[in-house]
Design a protein around this ligand. Structure first.
Ligand code: PBG
Length: 421
């Protein structure tokens, strides 16, 4: 403020004495803070460059002119824009409300925009493997399995560079480590705990989410332990998930995210974390996770297709809406910190349902199939990729999601950063 005031007084001095601020400025500079100096100089240059017009008439004199009918000249009202030849001559519709009035210029549209998307809303899913090189994922053009040591770090650098500071890790586990009980899931030196330690060492403030489920570690490709008759065993699986979550917390995970859809796992995991001293580790529950065809590309990425059957006895029926509320009530009561809906775009109604029925933050997972659909359509020249990506993310936010897990996180954040300038 002091700097501004000095700059202003410098200007009026310059105008009244008709001299530049060159001689005055050093005096200002000596007294003003650095910012003020800078402002004063900028204003001076303008004062010198403009032709000096006399502006010393008082307000009273100016007002008297106007009262006497000598209003000063101002630009004319622009002529009415012409309609093309053949436009029908009609009398305008009589209607008081015309919603288009609020949409008629970029400034008005920006002023009344109800929803925004920011890189801070994104969580970037990362596929990691034991290899030293990155490997492309055929069904997800633009996504790779990252070498856990180098590729992973490079990708996180890229993300943080555009304001994406949250990631969720998905491991491609070697077949030789997959078993029917998925015990590799809680090996403290397994791929995920190693990645967490590496990332926390490099980027202590990075928010690391982990996936809690057995499928990447299961020789059956299911999220839980499979009984002889094909039944996915609930409580025994929850026991394993608790050990997995604690191992991830121990490595430094900030948020563990059970994606398995076993009953009661949120409460059990909360309890296990607390007992192990990880009261500060959050749980993002996959609350309404549907048995969806849109996970196809992800299962190729992790080579985690179920060896038999499907996941319909634990993931939700895509036809169901009310059932999402049952899961919501349970996850809330069991201590979830964030509730997720997955997939996102085909389930916007469910996102809205949760938004209206809980005070907890909502996350939505724009899954692999949603990603690949946009990529494929754009590659075929059927969609404008950038616009489709940003619109899909905006629509998920509009439905009520606070954060979005999206494979587009870096690209979308780059678009958003570029738009700002
Ligand atoms: C595994 C898991 C899946 C996804 C996230 N965690 C696949 C599945 O449930 O079969 C899917 C993510 C995606 O498709 O992008 N529990």
């Amino acid at each position: 403020m002091a700097g501004l005031a000095m700059a202003a007084s410098g200007v009026s001095q310059a105008l009244s004495t008709h001299e530049g601020l060159r001689r005055v400025a050093p005096v200002v500079a000596a007294a003003a803070p650095a910012r003020g100096v800078c402002l004063a100089r900028r204003v001076c240059v303008q004062a010198i460059a403009e032709p000096v017009t006399k502006r010393d008439r008082t307000i009273e004199e100016c007002e008297a002119d106007v009262v006497a009918g000598n209003a000063p000249a101002a630009p004319a009202v622009p002529a009415k824009a012409k309609a093309p030849e053949g436009t029908p001559k009609i009398s305008p519709l009589v209607m008081p409300a015309r919603p288009r009035r609020n949409r008629r210029s970029p400034a008005l549209r920006a002023a009344f925009q109800e929803t925004t998307v920011s890189p801070a809303n994104f969580i970037l899913p990362l596929f990691v493997h034991e290899g030293e090189q990155n490997a492309p994922i055929g069904a997800m053009p633009g996504c790779q399995r990252l070498g856990w040591r180098h590729g992973l770090i490079d990708e996180v650098y890229k993300a943080r560079d555009v304001g994406v500071n949250s990631v969720v890790l998905f491991p491609k586990v070697p077949d030789g480590l997959k078993t029917s009980c998925g015990s590799e899931a809680f090996n403290p030196d397994g791929l995920v705990p190693r990645c967490i330690r590496l990332l926390k060492d490099k980027f202590p403030d990075l928010v690391i989410y982990t996936d809690v489920a057995l499928d990447p570690y299961s020789s059956d490709g299911h999220d839980g332990i499979v009984r002889e008759d094909g039944v996915i065993m609930n409580d025994e699986t929850v026991h394993q998930l608790c050990k997995q979550a604690v191992a991830q917390a121990q490595a430094g995970a900030d948020v563990v995210s059970p994606s398995d859809m076993m009953d009661g796992r949120v409460g059990a995991i909360r309890n296990a974390l607390d007992l192990a001293g990880y009261q500060d580790v959050s749980i993002m529950a996959y609350t309404a996770k549907y048995a969806s065809a849109f996970y196809g590309p992800f299962r190729e990425a992790l080579d985690s297709n179920p060896r038999f059957g499907d996941k319909k006895t634990y993931q939700m029926n895509p036809a169901n809406y009310r059932e999402a509320l049952i899961e919501t009530r349970m996850d809330e009561a069991e201590g979830a910190d964030i509730l997720m809906v997955k997939p996102a775009m085909p389930y916007l109604d469910v996102i809205r349902l949760l938004r209206d029925n809980t005070s907890l933050p909502i996350s939505a997972y724009q899954v692999s199939g949603e990603y690949s659909m946009i990529r494929a359509a754009a590659a075929a020249g059927m969609l404008d990729e950038k616009k489709a990506i940003l619109e899909s993310l905006l629509s998920i936010r509009r439905a009520g999601a606070d954060v979005i897990l999206t494979y587009f996180a870096i690209e979308a954040a780059q678009y958003l950063c570029a738009e700002r300038f």
